[in-house]
Design a protein around this ligand. Structure first.
Ligand SMILES: *[C@@H]1O[C@H](CO)[C@@H](O)[C@H](O)[C@H]1NC(C)=O
Ligand SMILES: *[C@@H]1O[C@H](CO)[C@@H](O)[C@H](O)[C@H]1NC(C)=O
Length: 391
C-alpha cells in the first residue's frame, strides 16, 4: 500500500484536462487501401531553459533546451511504433527517397527527435546494411529544415507572429493575468528561493525541471522538498508547479490568432500532400515532421483534433486511402507511454468533424479540407507581414 503514492511521485504522468486518456497499446491498424501516411510529433523530453540549482545535479549534461536521453528514447519508440503500424511492405525497411520525405524545425531538439525516430523507422537490411559489425542498425536519412512551416515563432521579421504572441508573452490575456494574481505567493516564493523572476514562463520552466528530476531520479532542491510556503506540502507544491507546464505554448494553441499563425502553414502542407496523393501527382507514401509544442498542438487543433496540451514526443498520424471518390482520410494520435513504449490510436475529434466520420474514423478528404481551410495559408510571407522586396 505504501508503494503507490511513491510511484505516482516518480513517474511523470501528465493528466490531460478534458481528453480521454490514451489506450494502453496501439488500437488501430493500417488500412489495406492506404496510400499515404503522415506523422507529426513534438520533440521528445528536453532540458529546461534554466536548471534549478541543486548541489549534485546528475542530469542535463546535454545543455539547456537540448534533447535528453529520455527524449531520444521517446522518439525512437515513436519511430518503432510507426514502423509497426506501416509494416515492411507499405514502406521499405531501407530508406528510399522516392517513398518518404521528412521535415524538421531548425531547433536541435527537433532535428535530433526526427533522427531518433527515423532510427526506429528504418532498420537497413541486405544492400542497405552498411554497418554489419554493429548489432544496432541505423540508416542516415535526409530531411529538410523548414522554420516557416515548423517554427514560425522564430522566423526573422515575421511581425504578425510576434503580434499574435504578444498578449501571451506579456501575460496580458485576462486569464493569464488572473493566473498570476491567483499564484502570486507561489511565484514570489520561486523568486525568493531560486532567483528567477515571478512569471508564468519561469514557473513553467520549474515544471520542466521537476519533470526531468523525476525522470532522472534526482533529488529536489530543499525549497521544493521541504517547502516553507504557507499551506504547502512537498506534493502540493510539486503539483502547483507542474500545472504551469507548457502554459504559454498551450495558451497559444487555444488562442486563434496565435494558433493559426503557428499551425496554418503546416496544416496547408498536410492538405496539399493528401490532395497530391489522391490525384496521383505524388507517389510519396510516408511524410514525417518534427516540431514544437505550440506548433504541433496548433496544427492538431487546426486539423480538428480536440486537444489542449501535448506531452513530449506526442502528436498525430494521418492516413489517406484512395479506393473511393473522393479519397478518405483518418486522423490518429500518438503518445509515449511514458518513454520507450509508444501508442497510436483514433483521434479525439471536435464534434464538427466527428459527425463526418464513419464508425472507423474515416471521412472524405474534402470534409477535412473544408474544416482546415479556415485556418490554413500557403503564402507565409504575406501572412507574416514580411516585406517581400526586402526579404
Ligand atoms: C529511475 O528509477 C526507476 C525506478 O527505480 C528506474 O526504472 C529508472 O530506470 C530510473 N531512471 C534513470 C534515468 O536512471
Ligand atoms: C489515387 O487514385 C487516383 C484515381 O484512381 C489515381 O489517379 C492516383 O494515382 C491514386 N493515388 C495513389 C497514390 O495511388
Amino acid at each position: 500500500m505504501q508503494s503507490l503514492p511513491l510511484l505516482l511521485l516518480v513517474v511523470p504522468i501528465l493528466v490531460l484536462a478534458n481528453e480521454p486518456p490514451p489506450p494502453e497499446s496501439t488500437n488501430v491498424k493500417l488500412d489495406k487501401k492506404t496510400v499515404l501516411v503522415l506523422f507529426g510529433t513534438r520533440h521528445g523530453n528536453r532540458n529546461p531553459e534554466k536548471f534549478v540549482q541543486t548541489p549534485d545535479r546528475n542530469w542535463g549534461q546535454e545543455g539547456e533546451l537540448e534533447l535528453t536521453s529520455i527524449g531520444k528514447r521517446q522518439a525512437y519508440g515513436l519511430g518503432q511504433e510507426i514502423r509497426k503500424f506501416i509494416g515492411k511492405k507499405f514502406v521499405d525497411p531501407n530508406f528510399l527517397p522516392s517513398q518518404a520525405k521528412f521535415y524538421s524545425s531548425s531547433a536541435n531538439r527537433c532535428q535530433m527527435t526526427l533522427q531518433s525516430a527515423l532510427a526506429g523507422v528504418y532498420d537497413p537490411t541486405k544492400w542497405a546494411d552498411w554497418n554489419k559489425r554493429k548489432l544496432e542498425h541505423w540508416s542516415p536519412v535526409p530531411y529538410t529544415t523548414d522554420d516557416p512551416m515548423l517554427r514560425m515563432y522564430s522566423v526573422k521579421g515575421c511581425v504578425n507572429s510576434d503580434k499574435a504572441w504578444d498578449p501571451i508573452s506579456k501575460d496580458t490575456l485576462p486569464d493569464l493575468k488572473e493566473l498570476i494574481a491567483k499564484n502570486q505567493a507561489l511565484l514570489n516564493y520561486m523568486k525568493e528561493k531560486d532567483g528567477r523572476d515571478a512569471s508564468i514562463s519561469n514557473a513553467a520552466d520549474i515544471a520542466d525541471n521537476i519533470i526531468n528530476m523525476d525522470f532522472f531520479n534526482a533529488s529536489y532542491p530543499d525549497w521544493l522538498k521541504n517547502p516553507t510556503l504557507a499551506g504547502h506540502t512537498a506534493a502540493s507544491i510539486r503539483a502547483a508547479f507542474l500545472a504551469f507546464a507548457e502554459n504559454h505554448m498551450n495558451r497559444c494553441a487555444s488562442y486563434k490568432p496565435c494558433r493559426d499563425m503557428m499551425g496554418g502553414l503546416w496544416a496547408n502542407h498536410i492538405i496539399s500532400s493528401l490532395e497530391a496523393a489522391a490525384s496521383g501527382s505524388s507517389k510519396t507514401k510516408l511524410i514525417g515532421y518534427a516540431s514544437h509544442t505550440e506548433v504541433t498542438l496548433s496544427t492538431m487543433i487546426v486539423l480538428g483534433i480536440d486537444k489542449s496540451e501535448l506531452t513530449t514526443s506526442a502528436g498525430f498520424v494521418v492516413e489517406l486511402r484512395n479506393n473511393t471518390t473522393p479519397a478518405q482520410v483518418r486522423l490518429l494520435q500518438h503518445d509515449p507511454a511514458p518513454v520507450d513504449k509508444h501508442v497510436i490510436y483514433s483521434a479525439h475529434l471536435v464534434s464538427d468533424l466527428a459527425s463526418k466520420t464513419d464508425a472507423n474514423g474515416w471521412m472524405p478528404l474534402p470534409a477535412l479540407k473544408e474544416y482546415v481551410i479556415r485556418s490554413a495559408f500557403s503564402d507565409w510571407e504575406a501572412q507574416c507581414g514580411l516585406d517581400k522586396c526586402k526579404h
